[in-house]
Ligand binder design. Structure first.
Ligand SMILES: [Zn+2]
Length: 378
C-alpha cells in the first residue's frame, strides 16, 4: 500500500474572489508546506484531473452543470441563475472556482477512489464540498464531489454499502439529502448544532433517514465551545452505533479543518492532535478508506492539521518543529487574523497544538444516548 496525495498547484489559479473566506490558498499551500518540510516525494503526488461530464451527471442535473460552465465562461450571472441555482451571491460567487476548480476537486475524488481500489492509501484535500445540491450551489460549494464519488461507487463499481463520515464543523446537508432514502449509503455527521449555525435547516438529531433509508443517517449536533474530550467521546460513541447496524464495504471520510479552535467560521475549540486522533479512530474502526478535505478557513491551521494527516497516512513521523522556511511560507500568503489580539505565535513554531481537553458536558452525553436509542430502535 502506497500513500497518494491527489492534488495540484493549479488550484491556486482557481480561487474565490477577494472578499470570500475561500480566497486563501489551501491545497496549493498544503503541497508547498509538505515540500518545504520535506514530507512528500514527487511519486506520492497524483496530479488532479477534471471530472468528465458523465461523472458530474452521476449526481448533478444537466441544466445546472451547463449553467455553471456558462457563468464561469462569461464571468457573469446568467439570467435567472441567481434565483434558480443560487449562484452569483456573496456565498456562492462567480469565479474560476465555480466550475474549473470544483471539477478538478471532483475528478480528484474519483482518482482517489480509483487509487484506493488499487490498494493505495489516499487523501484528496480538495474534496469534501459537502453542501452542494443536485441542482443548486450552497454553502460555498458548487459540485458535491462526495456525492458524485458515492454515485460512482454505486453505479459504476456496484457497491451496495457505502459509509460517509463527516467531521467538518458544518453539517453535510447536500450529502444527507442525496442519500436520505437509501439503505445503501450510511451518512454520519458530527457538527455544530444547526440551532446556531449554517446550514440551520438540516443537521438535527431527529433526521435519521426516510423510507428504505430510515436508520441510515445519523446526525450528532454539538454545542459551542466543544473541547477535544467531548469531540472524541462523541465520535467514539457514534462510530460504535454505526458499527452495530452497518457493515460498510468502503467509506469516505470528510476532514474539514474548521472545527479547530483557530478557525473563525466555527465555534468549536479542537486541537489538531484531537483531529488526528479522530482520523485514526475512524481507521481503527473501519480500516483504510477514502480521505477527503472539506471546510477550513484558517490557512495555517489547515496546513498544520492536514500535514499531520498526511504524515500519518504515509507512515512518516511528523516533525515537532516548523522550519524557518516554513514559517516564511505561511507568512507570505495573503491572510490576516480577524482578531489580532490573539497570540498565534505557536502556529509558527510547532506542528502540533497542545491538547484542548475539558469536561464532557451533560448535553453531549445525552445527545449520544438519544442517538443510540434512535438508530437502534429503527
Ligand atoms: Zn465547514
Amino acid at each position: 500500500m502506497e500513500a497518494k496525495l491527489i492534488g495540484s498547484l493549479r488550484y491556486a489559479k482557481y480561487r474565490y474572489p477577494k472578499n470570500h473566506p475561500l480566497k486563501i490558498p489551501r491545497v496549493s499551500l498544503l503541497m508547498r508546506f509538505l515540500k518545504v518540510m520535506n514530507l512528500i516525494e514527487p511519486e506520492e503526488v497524483i496530479e488532479s484531473r477534471k471530472a468528465t461530464d458523465e461523472e458530474l451527471l452521476l449526481f448533478h442535473t444537466e441544466d445546472y452543470i451547463k449553467t455553471l460552465k456558462l457563468a464561469e465562461a462569461c464571468q457573469c450571472v446568467p439570467n435567472g441563475a441567481r434565483e434558480k441555482y443560487n449562484i452569483g451571491s456573496y456565498e456562492n460567487p462567480v469565479s474560476y472556482a465555480m466550475f474549473t476548480g470544483s471539477s478538478l476537486a471532483t475528478g480528484s475524488t474519483i482518482q482517489a477512489i480509483e487509487e484506493f481500489l488499487k490498494g493505495n492509501k489516499v487523501f484528496n484535500p480538495a474534496g469534501g464540498m459537502h453542501h452542494a445540491y443536485r441542482n443548486r450551489a450552497n454553502g460555498f460549494c458548487y459540485i458535491n464531489d462526495p456525492a458524485v464519488g458515492i454515485e460512482y461507487l454505486r453505479k459504476k463499481k456496484g457497491f451496495k454499502r457505502i459509509l460517509y463520515i463527516d467531521i467538518d464543523a458544518h453539517h453535510c446537508d447536500g450529502v444527507q439529502d442525496a442519500f436520505y432514502d437509501t439503505d445503501e449509503v450510511f451518512v454520519l455527521s458530527l457538527h455544530q448544532s444547526p440551532e446556531y449555525t449554517f446550514p440551520f435547516k438540516r443537521g438535527f438529531l431527529e433526521e435519521i433517514g426516510e423510507g428504505r433509508g430510515r436508520g441510515y443517517n445519523l446526525n450528532i449536533p454539538l454545542p459551542k465551545g466543544l473541547n477535544d474530550n467531548e469531540f472524541l467521546f462523541a465520535l467514539e460513541k457514534s462510530l460504535e452505533i454505526v458499527k452495530e447496524v452497518f457493515k460498510p464495504e468502503i467509506y469516505l471520510l470528510q476532514l474539514g479543518t474548521d472545527p479547530l479552535l483557530e478557525d473563525y467560521l466555527s465555534k468549536f475549540n479542537l486541537s489538531n492532535v484531537a483531529f488526528l486522533r479522530a482520523f485514526n479512530m475512524v481507521r481503527e474502526t473501519f480500516g483504510e478508506g477514502v480521505h477527503l478535505g472539506g471546510g477550513g478557513y484558517h490557512p495555517y491551521a489547515l496546513a498544520r492539521a492536514w500535514t499531520l494527516i498526511w504524515c500519518e497516512l504515509s507512515g512518516r513521523k511528523a516533525p515537532e518543529k516548523l522550519t524557518e522556511e516554513t514559517k516564511e511560507l505561511l507568512l507570505s500568503i495573503d491572510f490576516e487574523e480577524f482578531d489580532d489580539e490573539m497570540d498565534r505565535s505557536y502556529m509558527f513554531e510547532s506542528l502540533r497544538d497542545p491538547y484542548r481537553g475539558g469536561e464532557i458536558r451533560k448535553e453531549v452525553r445525552e445527545t449520544l444516548q438519544k442517538a443510540r436509542a434512535l438508530i437502534l430502535s429503527t
